[in-house]
Design a protein around this ligand. Structure first.
Ligand SMILES: [Zn+2]
Length: 223
């Protein structure tokens, strides 16, 4: 059996795909890993299941307006992370459910992006966990293995693709720790691109400089 990837610097990784629920999830959980890959030429694509259309504290803002603002912020953050392709699936925020339709959508994304590694949520978090995060983690993993690999599953969703690994973030049993301190400045800059979600850029910067230099994943072999 092939060795697991050593981390974002592993030369066998040529393409990566991040599948998340909301704008700013990537910057929070894996922005440094993305930067370490894009700076050495790995193509990284982003897929967001929702546009975070309920991510506002004021009920006066319309969901369509919030979604528009947050998509623009995510595109700006992606640019700062060296990522060109951001696909928004535009499901309603906070209403994601595990369906075959969502699995098929993610199979199509995986078969289009054709990643060596999939970065997504660890779905195995007990008790308190954002339901959208749990659903995305579960459905993305099910989509990568075995659905996207098997030609008879969703044959109209593109040619089959085997993803070597998934790196699952946000879980309680990480097996891969990545030191992203060399790109922490850029990682913070990408997070700050989500200005509608940032009350105090100065305190976020201070906090993240102290705590966001290590990213943790549970590494899953899908080969
Ligand atoms: Zn989220």
């Amino acid at each position: 059996m092939p060795r697991l990837f050593a981390g974002p610097g592993d030369r066998r990784i040529k393409r990566a795909l991040c599948i998340v629920a909301h704008p700013d999830d990537i910057e929070y959980y894996c922005g440094g890993a993305v930067l370490l890959m894009t700076t050495r030429g790995v193509q990284v694509d982003f897929v967001l299941a929702t546009s975070g259309d309920k991510g506002a504290r004021e009920a006066s803002k319309s969901r369509a307006k919030v979604a528009l603002i947050r998509e623009r912020e995510q595109e700006l953050a992606a640019e700062l992370l060296g990522v060109k392709t951001v696909n928004f699936l535009r499901h309603p925020d906070a209403e994601l459910v595990e369906t075959l339709d969502l699995r098929k959508e993610l199979v199509r994304e995986i078969r289009t992006s054709r990643p060596d590694v999939l970065l997504t949520f660890d779905p195995n978090v007990p008790y308190r966990f954002h339901p959208d995060h749990r659903v995305v983690g579960r459905v993305a993993l099910d989509a990568a293995w075995p659905s996207a690999r098997d030609p008879l599953t969703f044959p109209k969703a593109g040619p089959p693709h085997e993803t070597a690994e998934a790196w699952c973030f946000g879980g309680l049993q990480p097996t891969l720790e990545i030191d992203v301190s060399e790109v922490i400045g850029k990682k913070i800059e990408a997070r700050l691109a989500h200005s509608s979600q940032t009350r105090s850029p100065a305190s976020l910067t201070r906090r993240w400089r102290a705590t966001a230099g290590i990213e943790k994943f549970h590494q899953v072999n899908l080969r």
